[in-house]
Design a protein around this ligand. Structure first.
Ligand SMILES: Cc1ncc(COP(=O)(O)O)c(C=O)c1O
Length: 426
């Protein structure tokens, strides 16, 4: 299944698994063929690729080398790996310093933003059960929060109440408060959200969480590693972190604007008190205590090594430069897209931005026309829009995308590009 849920089953003729092994050269050649089939220059959506870091290729190479060096080490067996353990502790300390978290905050590595969100709900569920006797839990979140929240609620049989947004496309805090009842274990907000790049009012949500004594999680998966640097560059951003008293946990993805190899994210608890509910140990089997970093078991130390390498290589200066570049990229999109008739950039706070389409323009025809020109972006449906990810790409990437968009919009309007006459893009 792909991002949009398309079936990807292939019918193979004959066996795929060989009776005899191939030569290294043959294997590498076939891998090169797969590599060549992939889209690697995703204009305006470099976050998908992150390690490509188009404007900073040296950092990308270092991250890749570090990943390869530690790829086969299992971070589960920390007792046997004092080197990896030390490296991991240093990354956790750098996470705290980069994100300005308090020294007694407790960082855990996860396999990505989704697992960090699953972890927050898991901790809140345990807390709700132990401290409030809640057996039929629910969570209250804004409609725009990442859908990984819904996934975990399905797996864990938790009711999720997605509350419609306010007119400003941010969380409607009053409506969320109304939806809280005695079975509510958690409320959450985004900093910023994926669909619109907007911050929810975290201080207001934190106050609600304190008033009703519910767990408060901030989803900083997307913005966590960019916000502190953007602020240092002088752009005011809403307060979104542990400065807000009600916040108990925050997710922030190293494999997004931390620029590590995938898969790597973090969930940080305000302190040990809240971390204790994130129970990742079990011993009810023949092999005794089994204690893990997060929900998953075996974990490669490769991505952690790549995070260590890229953080040390870039330093504060490097992250500031990349944040500055992302802001310049946003400005360039805003200026250039304002000259195209039929589309409008919707202002965002950080990380993503939507390009809203004039009424009547077919979103799929516009996206198809862009895909035909090898300019790729993601759709957003409410309202119909193209999503741009504001990564630190070069001017050329922005200009190519805008050129293609300027070409496609009049063709869609004139009916020359339509769903019926698009070329298949693969
Ligand atoms: C705000 C936000 N939260 C969570 C996620 C999920 O992250 P992942 O794809 O690493 O699981 C994303 C992904 O884009 C995101 O933007």
């Amino acid at each position: 299944m792909g991002y949009f849920g398309g079936e990807q089953d292939l019918a193979f003729e004959g066996k795929v698994f060989p009776d005899k092994g191939a030569t290294k050269e043959d294997v590498m050649q076939r891998l090169s063929d797969f590599d060549a089939m992939d889209v690697t220059d995703i204009y305006s959506h470099n976050t998908i690729q992150s390690t490509t870091l188009m404007s900073h290729l040296e950092a990308a190479e270092i991250a890749k080398d570090a990943n390869r060096m530690f790829l086969r080490r299992n971070y589960l067996y920390k007792e046997l790996l004092p080197g990896c353990t030390q490296m991991g502790l240093e990354v956790k300390q750098m996470v705290k310093e980069m994100l300005r978290f308090p020294q007694d905050a407790r960082v855990r590595f996860t396999s990505g933003g989704s697992e960090s969100l699953y972890s927050a709900i898991a901790a809140a569920k345990e807390w709700g059960q132990q401290e409030k006797g809640i057996l039929k839990p629910n969570i209250v979140v804004p409609y725009s929060i990442h859908t990984a929240f819904s996934k975990w609620c399905k797996y864990a049989s938790i009711e999720i109440k997605r509350i419609p947004l306010g007119d400003d496309y941010r969380a409607d805090v009053a409506a969320m408060e109304k939806a809280i009842n005695r079975n509510t274990i958690l409320i959450a907000g985004s900093a910023p959200c994926w669909p619109y790049g907007l911050f929810d009012d975290i201080p207001a949500l934190g106050a609600v969480a304190e008033k009703h004594n519910v767990w408060m999680h901030v989803d900083g998966c997307l913005g966590g590693f960019q916000s502190p640097f953007v602020e240092k560059l002088g752009q005011a951003l809403p307060v979104w972190d542990f400065r807000v008293p009600g916040v108990r946990s925050i997710s922030a993805d190293l494999h997004k604007h931390g620029y590590s190899a995938k898969p790597l994210s973090s969930i940080t608890f305000r302190n040990k008190e809240w971390e204790q509910y994130y129970c990742c140990s079990a011993s009810d089997w023949p092999d005794g205590l089994y204690s893990t970093e997060a929900i998953t078991g075996t974990t490669s130390a490769g991505p952690i090594a790549s995070a260590w390498a890229v953080m040390k290589f870039l330093g504060e200066e490097g992250y500031l430069a990349l944040a500055k570049r992302s802001m310049e990229v946003k400005q360039r999109y805003l200026e250039k897209i304002s000259a195209i008739d039929g589309v409008e950039c919707f202002p965002s706070d950080l990380c993503t931005m939507t390009i809203r389409l004039e009424k009547g323009l077919d979103l799929f025809a516009v996206m198809g026309g862009l895909f035909e020109r090898q300019s790729y972006c993601l759709p957003s449906f409410q309202p119909p829009a193209l999503k741009i990810v504001l990564d630190p790409v070069t001017d050329d990437v922005v200009d190519t995308f805008v050129r293609d968009l300027a070409e496609v919009i009049p063709l869609v309007k004139a009916g020359e590009i339509s769903i019926e006459n698009l070329k298949p893009w693969m």
